[in-house]
Design a protein around this ligand. Structure first.
Ligand code: ADP
Ligand code: MG
Length: 320
């Protein structure tokens, strides 16, 4: 597009550096030097305007979220972020928009030591595709297929806030800025993922909601689960704005929290608590893995509960 090179130059001037980047933005491809003994964790996610974020989302928030959802995938694999690429499709070569976008994107990249090493810039309806590359010592990645019957199921932080923020935005009624912030500015649990190496047996990040995402772990591991709704960690704000069972629907069926859900043998519970306390990130046991198939939610009274189908699922779904 006209102005493409001016935009790329603005990006290049601000992109972070790493010693293992032999050649970054500016050639036909980046040259990267992965350390010996590591596996490369590679993930890609696209955000489309009006689909993956509300149209009124600030450019800096879009930049943050575009990278955060990708870092969250690395966190879920227990991989350390290293490099990223950015494919930007923009309706016009708007430099002010780009500068704001980069404020959000690069602040998060710097926070996690990720270097932006390349990308592509084209004209069209706004879409942002990010690729991330992370490093994990060979054999130590946290996969979806390691959950075993009897293990605890944990989630980090609190869940349901982002879906609550989205539900309020859609209803066009009273809205909590805190809930909306969780939707716009998810915190990828990168340090938690790294701390879970050798402790957790399986893990996933919560992009599409607990029911859907835990379902992927159960399917990959060939096991079932029971979750106690009364144990699902809710923020004070979520509890103030949504009563049960609406809150449960948001927590079990709503996406976009980008917390981690993982399984571990009960014998590891103390070490996990210590590790999470050191990160100042609460983690909560919400249920357990069982033999067989299926995911059952129990109310505090012990009755089976099904998340409503009309649900609070992500309004686009699918960028796990
Ligand atoms: P080519 O035509 O060879 O693909 P481009 O003109 O698309 O080259 O890109 C020139 C350089 O700028 C490449 O190194 C590319 O990776 C980088 N680049 C292009 N767009 C972006 C972007 N949005 N973010 C980061 N780097 C980019
Ligand atoms: Mg290109």
């Amino acid at each position: 597009m006209p102005g493409e090179f001016a935009l790329i130059e603005r990006i290049r001037a601000r992109a972070g550096r790493r010693d293992d980047v032999v050649l970054g933005i500016g050639d036909d491809a980046a040259l990267l030097a992965p350390p010996p003994g590591h596996e490369l964790a590679v993930s890609c996610d696209t955000l489309v305007a009006g689909v993956h974020f509300p149209d009124d989302t600030a450019p800096a928030d879009i930049g943050h979220k575009a990278l955060a959802v990708n870092l969250s995938d690395l966190a879920a694999m227990a991989a350390a972020p290293a490099w990223g690429t950015l494919a930007l499709t923009l309706p016009d070569a708007n430099q002010a928009w780009l500068d704001d976008f980069l404020d959000g994107f690069l602040a998060l990249a710097d926070e996690h030591g990720l270097a932006l090493v390349g990308g592509d810039t084209t004209r069209g309806p706004m879409a942002i595709t990010v690729n991330v590359f992370g490093l994990v010592p060979a054999g130590q990645a946290l996969r979806r297929d390691g959950a075993r019957p009897g293990e605890d199921i944990w989630v980090t932080g609190t869940i349901g806030d982002a879906a609550g923020g989205l539900a309020q935005w859609r209803a066009r009624g009273p809205a909590s800025a805190k809930l909306r912030h969780r939707l716009d500015r998810p915190t990828p649990r990168v340090q938690a993922g790294l701390a879970l190496r050798g402790l957790a047996s399986a893990g996933i990040d919560l992009s599409d909601g607990l029911a859907a995402d835990l379902g992927h772990v159960l399917a990959a591991s060939g096991v079932g689960a029971r979750i106690e709704l009364g144990r699902l960690p809710a923020s004070r704000t979520l509890a103030d704005h949504f009563d049960e069972p609406r809150r449960w629907a948001l927590q079990a069926g709503g996406g976009d929290d980008y917390e981690l859900c993982f399984t571990a043998p009960a014998s590891r519970a103390f070490e996990i608590e210590q590790a999470m306390a050191a990160l100042d990130l609460p983690a909560t046991v919400v249920g357990r893995v069982v033999a067989g198939a299926g995911l059952r939610f129990d109310t505090p009274e012990g009755e089976a509960w099904t998340p409503p189908a009309d649900g609070y699922q992500h309004f686009s779904g699918g960028h796990a």
